[in-house]
Design a protein around this ligand. Structure first.
Ligand code: SAH
Length: 415
C-alpha cells in the first residue's frame, strides 16, 4: 500500500475528482457518486456503496478512508437542544450543539480545540487553546449530527431510484453556524474548504444565507474571506467603544471597532450581502446601560446591520452576571427607537451547558501567554498553569477551574 490512506471526508469536489483520477484512474463522475454517498447518505464504509463496482470499492479501500469523529458523550436538554462531546485525540474533545426550532434546525459547530482569543466572558477562552481542527474534523461534526438526527438510517438502501434526503430536504439541519468552540477565522485554511462542502450541492447543499461564520474580529481574514467564500457574517461586537471592547474582546487592541466595521461593510459590498449580524452579550453593569445602547445606535444607524442581544450565560469561575431581563428589553427598545434592528436571542440548552459561550470541551492549554496579556503593554505576564492531561472518557465531564485570573474590567467608558 502506497502511503497513508487519504481521508475523503471534507475533500473539496475538485480535489476528490483529482484523487480518483490520479490514484484510481477513474472518471470525475465517480467523485460525484462518492460525495453523494458520504454526505447525503452518511456512508462511512466503501462496502456500503452499492452502486459502485466491487473492484472500484476494494481499490478505494486500499488508498482511502472515511474517518469521522467519535462521540464520547451526548446530552439532551429539556428544550430539545442536543450537545455532543467529540473525541479529537486521547485526552481532548470538542463540542457540537444542535438547536431545534419549529421552522429550522441549527447546528453550532467548533473550529478549534479551545480558543486563543481570550475573551473575558467566554468559557471556551478560559480553557485556553490547543490546536486547529482539520477540515475533516469540522465537516465530521455535521456528518455525525446528520447521522444521529436521522436515527442512523441514512445509509440504508432505499427504494430503487429514491434519493436519500440531503440536509436541505431532510428533517433536521437547515443552518450551520460557527459559534461553537474556537475562532473560525484563526483557522481560515481549514474553515473555508469545510464551508465549501456545506455549500456544494453534492455536499450539504445549503444556501449561503444558511451558513454563518461568527468572528471576534480578525480584520485581515474578513477581507480575505470577502474574496473567497460567500457566507453570512456575524461579528462579536459586545461593546460600543474601544475602551470597553479592549477589555472584553482583546483582539480589539489590534483591530479597533472602526477598522472592524469598515471591513464588515467591505465584506457586504464584495459579497452582495444583505447585512452583518452583530452579537452583543448582555453583561450586568458592564455593557448594558442606556448610554451604551445609544452609543451603539450611533455606530450602526443607517448601516446594513442587525444586532443580536445575547443574555450572558454563566459558567463556573466567571465573575460576570447576566443583565436583568428588563435591562435587556430596555436596551433593545432604545436601539429600535434609534432605527437599529435589535433582537434578543432566546437562551437554549443552558441546562446542559450547551448555550452560547458555555462550550468548554476538554482542552489541554498550550498557550504560554494569554492574548489579552500579550496585547497589553503594561501588564505583567503571569505563569499559565496548564491543565493536566487526563484520559478522555465518558465518565465525568471534568469542570476545570479557570486557567487564569481574568483581567479586571474598568468601568464602562461612555463618550
Ligand atoms: N469565536 C467566534 C465564535 C464563537 S462564540 C466569535 O467570537 O464570534 C459564539 C458567540 O457566543 C459569540 O458572539 C460569543 O461572543 C458569544 N459568547 C461567548 N461567551 C458567552 C457567554 N458566556 N454568554 C453568552 N454568549 C457568549
Amino acid at each position: 500500500m502506497a502511503g497513508e490512506r487519504v481521508n475523503l471526508l471534507g475533500l473539496p469536489r475538485t480535489e476528490l475528482e483529482e484523487f480518483v483520477a490520479t490514484r484510481l484512474g477513474a472518471k470525475p463522475f465517480r467523485a460525484r457518486q462518492l460525495m453523494k454517498w458520504i454526505y447525503r447518505r452518511g456512508a462511512a464504509e466503501f462496502s456500503s456503496m452499492t452502486d459502485l463496482a466491487q473492484d472500484f470499492r476494494s481499490q478505494l479501500a486500499d488508498v482511502a478512508r472515511i474517518s469521522v469523529p467519535e462521540i464520547v458523550e451526548q446530552q439532551v436538554s429539556g428544550d430539545g437542544t442536543r450537545k455532543w462531546l467529540l473525541r479529537m485525540d486521547q485526552t481532548q474533545g470538542i463540542e457540537t450543539v444542535f438547536i431545534p426550532e419549529p421552522d429550522r434546525g441549527t447546528l453550532c459547530i467548533s473550529s478549534q480545540v479551545g480558543c486563543a482569543m481570550d475573551c473575558s466572558f467566554c468559557s471556551t477562552a478560559q480553557q485556553g487553546f490547543n490546536r486547529n481542527l482539520s477540515v475533516a474534523e469540522i465537516v465530521g461534526q455535521v456528518w455525525l449530527a446528520h447521522r444521529e438526527l436521522s436515527g442512523g438510517e441514512l445509509s440504508e438502501p432505499r427504494a430503487r431510484g429514491a434519493e436519500a434526503p440531503g440536509l436541505k430536504h431532510g428533517r433536521n439541519i437547515t443552518n450551520i453556524v460557527f459559534m461553537g468552540m474556537g475562532e473560525p477565522l484563526a483557522n481560515y485554511r481549514n474553515v473555508v474548504p469545510a464551508m465549501r462542502i456545506f455549500l456544494d450541492d453534492l455536499g450539504y447543499d445549503l444556501s449561503r444565507r444558511r451558513v454563518t461564520l461568527s468572528t471576534s474580529g480578525l480584520v485581515p481574514q474578513i477581507y480575505k474571506l470577502a474574496e473567497e467564500c460567500n457566507v453570512a457574517l456575524a461579528v462579536s461586537l459586545h461593546a460600543p467603544n474601544d475602551a470597553l471592547r479592549n477589555e472584553l474582546v482583546p483582539i480589539n487592541r489590534k483591530h479597533p471597532i472602526d477598522e472592524l466595521l469598515t471591513a464588515c461593510w467591505h465584506y457586504l459590498d464584495a459579497q452582495n450581502g444583505r447585512s452583518v449580524t452583530f452579537e452583543y452579550v448582555m453583561l450586568d453593569g458592564i455593557n448594558d446601560e442606556p448610554g451604551h445602547a445609544r452609543q451603539l445606535a450611533r455606530l450602526l444607524k443607517g448601516r446594513p446591520a442587525k444586532l443580536n442581544l445575547i443574555p450572558f450565560n454563566v459558567f463556573p469561575g466567571t465573575r460576570y452576571r447576566r443583565s436583568p431581563a428588563a435591562a435587556i428589553v430596555r436596551f433593545r427598545d432604545i436601539l429600535n427607537e434609534h432605527g437599529v434592528i435589535a433582537t434578543i436571542r432566546r437562551t437554549r440548552g443552558d441546562d446542559i451547558d450547551a448555550a452560547c459561550g458555555q462550550l468548554a470541551g476538554r482542552v489541554i492549554d498550550r498557550t504560554s501567554v494569554r492574548l489579552g496579556t500579550r496585547l497589553t503593554a503594561q501588564s505583567q505576564p503571569s505563569a499559565q498553569p496548564s491543565a493536566q492531561p487526563s484520559a478522555l472518557t465518558s465518565a465525568h465531564p471534568a469542570v476545570r477551574p479557570p486557567a487564569h485570573t481574568p483581567a479586571r474590567i474598568r468601568p464602562a467608558q461612555l463618550r
